[in-house]
Design a protein around this ligand. Structure first.
Ligand code: FMN
Length: 246
């Protein structure tokens, strides 16, 4: 039996949450990073996987869905995690459940967790925090109990058909200070960057390039972000809580 963390985490918030859950579940975990092309993964029915994606527009990012669709579950158990930035996760978990079930995973538990918004950083800033860590530790204990009991039903809130995939176009800009180090191009999940140029047809606005640039030469347009904050501020307000589904 092996344990896998299968993660799509452009800017690290999803990874942080998945790591917390995994460390509370105890055993050793092998990471499979699906944000970049990855090696063939052969799963067995005894394996346990945490599958973690961020919520983009209340959905699974289409690139993450494509990459997950290339993994055969072969009956392995899956704990589903979606991580969102204090607006809403809407249909992300049901979509993830459908993708994984369709590929032969047995979905046993799901959690919607919070991490700093990767575009509007003021929202869910500093999360997951100490309170989240305690909640996630409690989730891990409940999940372990369910795994021991061998119950397999799982009910997750969300709509089928899912809401339309729609995210605000937020293609990062490149400053003249760019040193052409190529790191952003190497790590871009969609392969959208060549030199300093970002191909708008391939960019999924995931913010990986802004997060990895060592000198901040790639960043969002602050006016566009301010416009988005103004439009979404009611939906983004207040502290949202983590949710567990068993
Ligand atoms: C294109 C895009 C769309 C997003 N849509 C949502 C959303 O619908 N609801 C929400 O609460 N957060 C949304 N977020 C915030 C992310 O879900 C959140 O910051 C998550 O932690 C990002 O994961 P990462 O740090 O692993 O990249 C969005 C972020 C991006 C980049």
């Amino acid at each position: 039996m092996a344990n896998y963390k299968i993660i799509f985490s452009p800017t690290g918030g999803t990874r942080k949450c998945a790591d917390l859950l995994a460390s509370n579940l105890g055993a050793d975990w092998q990471e499979v990073d699906v944000s970049l092309p990855f090696c063939d993964l052969q799963l067995q029915p005894e394996d346990l996987c945490i599958v973690a994606v961020p919520s983009f527009g209340g959905r699974v990012p289409p690139l993450a869905a494509d990459r997950l669709n290339s993994i055969a579950g072969n009956g392995a158990k899956a704990i589903l995690v979606c991580v969102y930035g204090n607006r809403a996760f809407e249909d992300t978990l049901v979509e993830l459940q459908d993708i994984l079930t369709g590929n032969g995973f047995a979905c046993v538990a799901a959690a919607a967790l919070l991490a700093e918004h990767s575009i509007m950083h003021a929202f869910a800033a500093g999360r997951p925090d100490r309170e989240d860590e305690n909640v996630i530790a409690g989730f891990a204990a409940s999940i372990a109990e369910k795994l021991d009991s061998c119950k397999s039903c799982l009910t997750i809130p969300g709509n089928r058909p899912y809401k339309e995939y729609k995210v605000a176009p937020m293609i990062p800009v490149t400053e003249e200070t760019c040193t052409d180090c190529g790191l952003c191009a190497k790590l871009c999940p969609g392969g959208a960057i060549a030199g300093r140029e970002i191909d708008p047809a391939k960019c999924i606005c995931c913010m990986r390039c802004t997060a990895v640039c060592p000198i901040g030469a790639k960043h969002t347009d602050s006016e566009k972000v301010a416009g988005l904050v103004a439009r979404l501020k009611d939906a983004l307000s207040g502290r949202k809580e983590n949710e567990l589904f068993l």
